[in-house]
Design a protein around this ligand. Structure first.
Ligand SMILES: [Zn+2]
Length: 451
């Protein structure tokens, strides 16, 4: 049994009362929080194995990045000037080179992404991609917590759909890690684009049977509704609802174009949540903006995500909170309809709720896993303020994250990874990056010769 006492910092508990404890404390035993409180109730440090002085730090639950594709760090800076939320932009800058991806590329890319995430305060992320087994294998040694949604692509081929579903089922049973940090889900890319309605419904049934969710993109642009409008005169959300798709847990990224009826459908289903990816949405040039304020008012859980780093181009969830807040102000035409407190909840407890993990993470409360981060407020850019939440959201940066613990294990100490050397991770990644893009270039030359 190991006991630790974290004390001295300004603690954002993100509990149901949003208690902020100036000079507070958190007690941890065997990776779980046992108690928190203000200075005057601090227990005797002599009763603890480790005493961690966090004076001058902002202490809070680890951040939850509710939508990304960690392999796609390989595409960073490779799709500038392209809209990744249109079919054409996605195909040109992502899909075509993606055909050259091999399983050996996955580990080094995912490991670098995990390093960037945890170094900037993300302790849990929701990933959606192909190569889900390789992703899970790469995440495990990093110590991060991840929902990994197995990307199912059918592309009009029924036999392929059945084969993919069988593989995805095996993934659900095999990849759930004993420590509960790897959580396998299903991840159809987008409805009607690459999965038929029948396959989607089968996926919902299997996911419910296994007690997991589905993570997908929806309403990233008006053309996402074209197929169902043509077939049924309904938006994709309405068509899926009619088929019974939202019966289980469904976590949906983007939602830039939702009809009022679509929002009602989300509000009427407890298992539906939205990943608001403000930076990726803005960067895409699409006119729509996720109606995060309305969705929240209707009771829909809205989390925050960076999306892939070809579309962002960073995993910094502190900056994502800021952009999400700024965009909401612009969309609603009034100052800060999402408060800093709202944004912090969206990046922690609401992200946890969207992933079905709010009993385990997302706030600093007794019984929850000790997923804790400390931000160094002695760095330039921070100064006295009555509002530490706004200090973080509007003056802060993920680069000032100093310490990170997941399930009580310190994974970042003084801005450095504890399990592996960052330079080694980066060197392995750089070799993979060079090799991958050389293969893409060779494939392009071959195609040119054929043409
Ligand atoms: Zn995405």
């Amino acid at each position: 049994m190991t006991t630790s006492l974290f004390h001295g910092g300004t603690i954002l508990t993100v509990d149901q009362h949003d208690r902020v404890l100036a000079d507070g404390w958190v007690a941890v035993r065997d990776g779980r929080i046992t108690a928190t409180g203000p200075r005057e109730t601090r227990p005797d440090p002599a009763g603890f194995d480790d005493i961690i002085d966090l004076t001058g730090r902002l202490v809070m639950p680890g951040l939850v990045n509710a939508h990304t594709h960690s392999v796609m760090v390989l595409f960073r800076g490779r799709s500038e000037g392209q809209s990744l939320l249109t079919m054409e932009g996605w195909y040109n800058s992502i899909r075509e080179p993606e055909l050259s991806l091999e399983s050996r590329d996955i580990g080094p890319a995912v490991t670098l992404s995990c390093a960037e995430m945890v170094l900037s305060g993300t302790t849990t992320f929701c990933d959606q991609y192909f190569f889900a087994e390789e992703i899970a294998a790469a995440v495990k040694p990093t110590g991060l917590r991840a929902v990994i949604a197995y990307g199912i692509v059918q592309l009009g081929d029924a036999a392929r759909g059945a084969e993919e579903l069988a593989k995805a089922k095996a993934f659900l049973t095999q990849q759930r890690s004993a420590d509960g940090k790897i959580i396998p889900w299903f991840g159809p890319h987008a409805p009607y684009v690459d999965n038929t309605e029948a396959l989607l419904l089968e996926e919902v049934a299997v996911a419910r049977e296994h007690g997991v969710g589905l993570h997908m993109h929806m309403a990233a642009g008006p053309e996402d509704n074209e197929e169902t409008m043509r077939r049924y005169g309904l938006t994709a959300t309405q068509a899926l609802d009619r088929a019974g798709f939202f019966a289980g847990r469904v976590h949906i990224a983007h939602c830039l174009d939702l009809a009022p009826e679509d929002i009602e459908i989300f509000a009427n289903h407890d298992g539906v949540s939205v990943a608001y990816c403000a930076s990726a949405g803005l960067r895409s040039g699409r006119k729509g903006i996720c109606p995060a304020v309305t969705l929240r008012q209707k009771g829909v859980t809205v989390a925050l995500g960076t999306d892939n780093v070809a579309a962002n181009n960073s995993y910094d969830m502190v900056s994502e909170m800021r952009v999400a807040g700024l965009v909401a102000s612009h969309r609603e035409g009034r100052a800060q309809p999402l408060s800093s407190r709202d944004l912090i909840r969206m990046a922690t407890i609401d992200g946890a709720r969207a992933l079905g993990l709010d009993h385990e993470i997302g706030s600093l409360e007794p019984g929850k896993s000790a997923d804790i981060i400390a931000i160094d407020l002695t760095q330039p850019g921070y100064s006295e303020t009555p509002d530490p939440e706004t200090l973080l959201v509007y003056s802060g940066s993920g680069r000032d994250v100093q310490h990170v613990w997941i399930a009580g294990e310190q994974l970042v100490r003084d801005g450095r990874l504890t399990r592996r050397n960052y330079n080694e991770i980066r060197a392995a990644y750089s070799a993979t990056y060079t090799d991958f893009w050389a293969r893409v270039a060779a494939a392009r030359n071959l195609n040119k010769d054929v043409a």
